[in-house]
Design a binder for this molecule. Structure first.
Ligand SMILES: Nc1ncnc2c1ncn2[C@@H]1O[C@H](COP(=O)(O)OP(=O)(O)OP(=O)(O)O)[C@@H](O)[C@H]1O
Ligand code: SF4
Ligand SMILES: [Mg+2]
Length: 315
């Protein structure tokens, strides 16, 4: 297999939250804990989990937009936080983020075309004329050429999303991290945005798709990384295998249901209070020790973080 575009090892992130009153002590929020994964050229990987599970924080750490508290991120074999600032800037165009809030990411005073031209001149170093020509081609391929002179507030929600995608895809990056690119859209718009993203990725590019939409993870992605309370609790190719972690089973269940809340920063498994597998003999271990992510059935890439595996396999 080719070398990974992204390699994340032992990443944690704690945020300090000040006390609500001057004499109240602050506290640390453990948003990401002990995360390891790799993504290879051409892979589309879903990052899923309920609100607050750490998806955006991890996505931003991957791209160097947020410093991890511990751990390392390598992009194309280079430790990203060790790359000198000047070279980092030069390579910025190759690793791109599509933020969760499309409207906020757009400049209200700039037209759609100006957004793309500015990105291509600043990040790809193109002359304005070349940038304008590439921008128009990119807008056409996302069905946005007729909106080139519109301002962000004149666009629909789906169009705003497609503009943030067009701006990134025009750079033909090696890695796109798209944070909830389809949230809040109806089914047709969701499909249009998703198709636009996947059809316009450069050959060999990798994509991390942060999503709450399990259909997207199931149908559009090679693998899903499931987060719970800042940890990755399962890595599974949903086209071939079903989730086996009890939380993953619930998250991907096809019927409507509420997901139990799980505490951030728990010492042991964050799912222990709701887990049907944590029978009396196992529960003390589950409460005190966070399970590591381990292969379910080598050489399959399916990994699960659960003390009930691998002994439960085949039961
Ligand atoms: N800058 C920050 N300061 C303090 N806490 C933060 C900060 N950013 C994120 N957090 C906390 O870290 C945890 C993870 O947040 P994050 O935004 O990564 O979750 P998420 O999975 O992306 O959620 P959502 O699905 O709602 O977008 C949350 O408890 C959040 O409140
Ligand atoms: S580690 Fe324990 S509590 Fe967590 S999912 Fe597995 S059996 Fe359940
Ligand atoms: Mg988020």
């Amino acid at each position: 297999m080719s070398a990974p575009i992204v390699a994340v090892a032992g990443v944690t992130k704690s945020f300090h939250v000040p006390g609500t009153l001057p004499w109240k002590p602050g506290r640390f929020v453990k948003a990401v804990q002990g995360v390891d994964f790799a993504i290879h050229p051409g892979e589309i990987v879903a990052l899923v989990g309920q609100s607050g599970s750490g998806k955006t924080t991890l996505a931003r750490i991957v791209l160097g937009l947020e410093e991890p508290t511990t751990g390392t991120v390598h992009l194309d074999g280079e430790r990203w936080d060790h790359v000198p600032e000047e070279r980092r800037r030069a390579r910025r165009a190759q690793y791109q983020y599509v933020p969760q809030d499309a409207l906020q990411a757009l400049d209200p005073q700039q037209t759609v075309l100006e957004h793309l031209v500015e990105t291509l001149t600043v990040l790809a170093g193109l002359a304005r004329r070349d940038a304008a020509s590439r921008a128009i081609d990119q807008l056409a391929s996302l069905g946005l050429d007729h909106r080139a002179h519109a301002l962000p507030r004149q666009l629909s929600g789906g169009e705003q999303r497609r503009v943030t995608l067009a701006r990134v895809l025009a750079l033909a990056p090696r890695l796109v991290v798209a944070d909830e690119p389809t949230s809040g859209l109806d089914r047709d718009r969701r499909n249009a945005v998703l198709e636009a993203l996947l059809a316009n990725l450069a050959p060999g590019a990798a994509c991390i798709l942060v999503t709450h939409d399990m259909d997207v993870a199931r149908t559009a992605c090679h693998r899903a990384l499931t987060m719970l309370s800042g940890r990755i609790i399962e890595e599974v190719d949903l086209r071939r295998e079903s989730p086996v972690h009890p939380y993953g089973e619930l998250l991907f269940a096809p019927w409507d249901h509420a997901l139990p809340k799980a505490p951030l920063g728990a010492e042991g498994c964050p799912f222990v209070a709701n887990c049907r597998l944590a029978e009396p003999a196992l529960a003390p271990t589950c409460r005190s020790l966070a399970p590591a992510l381990r292969a379910v059935d080598p050489p399959s890439a399916h990994r699960v973080a659960c003390h009930a595996y691998p002994s439960r396999k085949g039961s």
